[in-house]
Write a protein that binds this ligand. Structure first.
Ligand SMILES: [Ca+2]
Ligand SMILES: [Ca+2]
Length: 265
């Protein structure tokens, strides 16, 4: 019995140590409460509780959002995040609504700034500012940054709004996410028009521009499993050939997803 428990423990520790690096597919958020639905305790914030606004109609997601700025000085919200070294894709994204009275065209002291900074070396990987002269957004606007090259680093993600003493600027923020994503998998079953499974069918998965992402054949059960697929902003082409017939299917392919499709020739 002891031996069995020991082996089970080893297996569990092994699973834990392996972590998501061996998991087939994952897509999860590293920020935590970027939706501001549970207060500001998980953030470092040089702001005020009153900056957290309740408005289920206006909030981009949920009931709350954060409104920074609108007074003489700067307000900052930040969080340190460990970026795992095993991930394939890292995407920082958020929704913001930039409002300003200071539309003078002068790029001065009113600005909205986004930083991703190395906690150890202080190097800035992202240091991006929006000014009143860049004009207001007409409602919630999505902004995103590809942080894939930063895997394994420990970074501060920081949003700052600065104002001078007249003509105020503020930014509403919601739905901040830092998604860690794997490659994707497409599992397919190929059948002919009669509904019979088709073993040995050739399958090629390509980008719309024709670059091959995966190729293989269906097994004895007419199934294939395409692994390690890069995410695309467009649909992928899935080209299936079997005894003289050829058919092209188009299916969406994002990062970190498991897709299961049936294909009828
Ligand atoms: Ca929210
Ligand atoms: Ca101003």
């Amino acid at each position: 019995m002891k031996k069995i428990i020991f082996i089970l423990t080893l297996a569990l520790v092994g699973l834990f140590l392996a972590g998501p690096s061996y998991a087939a597919v994952y897509n999860y958020d590293l920020i935590g409460d970027g939706n501001f639905e549970n207060g500001l305790n998980s953030w470092v914030c040089s702001c005020e509780g009153s900056d957290l606004k309740y408005n289920p109609v206006y909030a981009y997601k949920g009931d709350y959002y954060l409104s920074l700025g609108n007074y003489n000085g700067s307000e900052i919200i930040a969080k340190n995040v460990t970026l795992p070294d095993y991930v394939i894709k890292l995407d920082l994204s958020f929704y913001y609504n930039f409002n300003t009275e200071d539309n003078t065209g002068w790029q001065g002291e009113d600005y909205f700034n986004i930083q991703v900074q190395d906690v150890y070396t202080n190097e800035y990987y992202i240091n991006d500012s929006f000014y009143p002269s860049d004009s207001e957004t007409a409602g919630w606007t999505r902004q995103s940054y590809d942080l894939s090259s930063l895997k394994g680093k420990f970074v501060a993600v920081r949003f700052t709004i600065n104002n001078d003493n007249n003509l105020l600027t503020y930014v509403d923020l919601d739905n901040i996410k830092l998604q860690a994503k794997s490659y994707s998998i497409i599992r397919g079953t190929v059948k002919n028009s009669n509904g019979d499974i088709l073993p040995g069918a050739t399958v090629k998965i390509k980008t719309v521009k024709g670059k091959i992402l995966w190729s293989g054949t269906t097994n004895a059960k007419g199934k294939f499993r395409a692994k390690n697929l890069k995410g695309l902003n467009k649909k992928a082409k899935i080209i299936i050939k079997e005894s003289g017939s050829r058919k092209v299917f188009r299916r969406k392919l994002k990062w970190g997803n498991f897709y299961s499709y049936k294909f009828r020739m």
